[in-house]
Write a protein that binds this ligand. Structure first.
Ligand SMILES: [Zn+2]
Length: 236
């Protein structure tokens, strides 16, 4: 019995270390848009898991202050709860992407289940914002080839990221910005979250994400970078 508990504990520590120190998007990004090859100093900020009545609102204020347009991959379930926040994101000129309805990992989905999931989220986002989504980001980046192909056949681009802020486990905004400044390259798509924490996709404490935006904007602008949406990055 003691060995069993010990093994579960080890597995949990291993899983946590894997998530904190490794970026699983590296394993699944083939055939997706995770960055764009460009000689222009442009990057795209992306925010996942919203909208949140607290954090999305704060992030929108920071983005407005810095004159940045970003991309928000929204969860249908959250849009259903907070349609006004989703609408505000669209009204402020940001790009809205589809992050599925329930934030379930799609690894075990079959093609018609993924279609149902995406179309349902698409409908909810459309009702709230008037926007028809065409960029899809799979929860936690886990997606297999058949599902990628199915998503593309629905007219969607599958979008991951090339630079992970790890803002859900990094509790110091200066460290987040230092890490991004050190690793950023032209055409990077940078992952942040506007909802949730280590244990949940809703609520959470995104204070460090909010604080990071202004510092990151100033730092990267000083280094010659411009911030664009994923669509603008793709369209050159
Ligand atoms: Zn997510």
């Amino acid at each position: 019995m003691l060995i069993f508990i010990y093994m579960i504990l080890l597995a949990a520590i291993f899983a946590a270390a894997f998530c904190v120190f490794f970026d699983q998007a590296i394993l699944t990004r083939r055939g997706t848009i995770y960055r764009v090859n460009t000689d222009q100093k442009k990057v795209a900020l992306t925010f996942d898991d919203g909208p949140s009545p607290v954090w999305t609102e704060n992030i929108l204020s920071e983005l407005k202050r810095e004159g940045i347009k970003a991309t928000f991959f929204m969860i249908g379930h959250h849009v259903k709860k907070y349609p006004e926040v989703a609408k505000k994101v669209a009204e402020e000129g940001h790009l809205i992407g589809n992050h599925g309805f329930a934030h379930c990992v799609t690894l075990y989905y079959n093609p018609w289940e993924i279609e149902e999931e995406i179309k349902y989220a698409e409908q909810i986002i459309k009702e709230a914002t008037g926007v028809t989504t065409k960029y899809y980001r799979p929860p936690k980046a886990w997606i297999r080839k058949t599902i990628k192909e199915k998503v593309k056949s629905l007219g969607y681009h599958v979008v991951l990221w090339s630079l992970n802020s790890k803002d859900w486990v990094n509790f110091n905004h200066k460290k987040i910005v230092e890490y991004i400044e050190k690793h950023v390259k032209n055409g990077d798509i940078i992952l942040f979250h506007d909802s949730g924490n280590v244990f949940s996709i809703e609520g959470g404490a995104r204070t460090q994400t909010v604080k990071a935006i202004s510092l990151l904007a100033k730092t990267l602008k000083h280094n010659g970078f411009k911030f664009v949406t994923v669509e603008e990055l793709l369209n050159g």
